[in-house]
Design a protein around this ligand. Structure first.
Ligand code: PDD
Length: 274
């Protein structure tokens, strides 16, 4: 990988003019590959960039990267930028070929303390733009938020706009009250997370109630449970928010239930059954 080269004029480098995906694979089988590739199509369409690869070409490139089953658990990072024109101009000439980059890296197993102790989060105003549904490589706000979390010994920053929760810097947010999952509805204010969607599907399949509704920050603070979801971290229990305990300060029963369902689903993926 250190020998791969990209032009210094690449618009990903100069403007952050690109989109990306992170797709987990278990045993050589991808989790929700088509949904990730659909979201890539949506991101590319939103920035008006034609997808340089056909769906079949993506499937074969990605499968080649992770290797044939049974392969180690890996996540694939892929990005498409608008390419490398001769000069810097916000307006890109039409004849520039997009740059495609993809690599696979091992998925680190979850630390056992996470299931017993959970993770800490902080809250901050959402300082991002108004097209958060696009999985854009322009991630400066997420980088700043991740640093703020780290400085507060927290894993993630949960963001809100005018007191209404949007999402984490690199994850979606779900909460539990009265045995019901609540999560902000998809909109331009958050990324339509594939893990969030899978969590809601599993809830539906197993008769767990859920609502996709705006979540005021004060409601989040009073939640019985708070969860984060992302492809690389699955569903995580949040047990401290801005230094205060969430619920009784332990990972909750509904998280434990959902985690079992999620792990069972992963096993099916690993065995090529979904
Ligand atoms: N990020 N919201 C944001 C802003 C994200 O960056 C991510 C994931 C999610 C969760 O989406 P999904 O369940 O599809 O992974 C929500 C990836 C993992 C990243 O940037 O590394």
């Amino acid at each position: 990988m250190t020998e791969a080269r990209v032009s210094v004029m690449d618009r990903g480098f100069i403007f952050g003019d690109g989109v990306y995906e992170v797709i987990p694979s278990y045993g050589g089988y991808f989790l929700r590959l088509e949904q990730h590739l659909d979201r890539l199509d949506a991101s590319l369409a939103a920035i008006r960039l034609d997808n340089p690869l056909a769906r079949d070409e993506w499937r074969s490139v990605l499968r080649r990267l992770v290797g044939a089953p049974p392969a180690p658990d890996q996540s694939v990072y892929l990005q498409v930028t608008r390419g490398a024109p001769a000069s810097r101009d916000h307006l890109c000439p039409a004849d520039v070929a997009p740059t495609v980059f993809a690599c696979a890296s091992p998925i680190k197993p979850r630390r056992p303390e996470i299931a017993t102790e959970g993770v800490a989060c902080i809250t901050r105003p959402d300082i991002r733009w108004l097209h958060c549904e696009i999985k854009s490589t322009s991630l400066i706000a997420a980088v700043m938020m991740r640093r703020e979390a780290e400085d507060a010994s927290a894993l993630e920053t949960i963001m809100h706009r005018d007191g209404v929760v949007t999402e984490g810097a690199v994850s979606n947010v779900l909460m539990v009250a009265s045995n019901t999952i609540m999560t902000p509805p998809n909109s331009h204010l958050l990324l339509p997370g594939i893990t969030r969607e899978l969590t809601l599907l599993l809830a539906e399949e197993h008769g767990i109630r859920y609502l996709e509704e705006p979540v005021p920050l004060e409601t989040l603070r009073n939640a019985d449970e708070i969860w984060l979801s992302s492809s690389t971290r699955e569903v995580l229990p949040v047990t401290r928010l801005d230094g205060a305990p969430v619920g009784d300060g332990r990972p909750g029963p509904l998280w434990q239930h959902m985690d079992r369902l999620y792990q069972a689903h992963k096993e099916k993926v690993r065995n090529g059954d979904v």
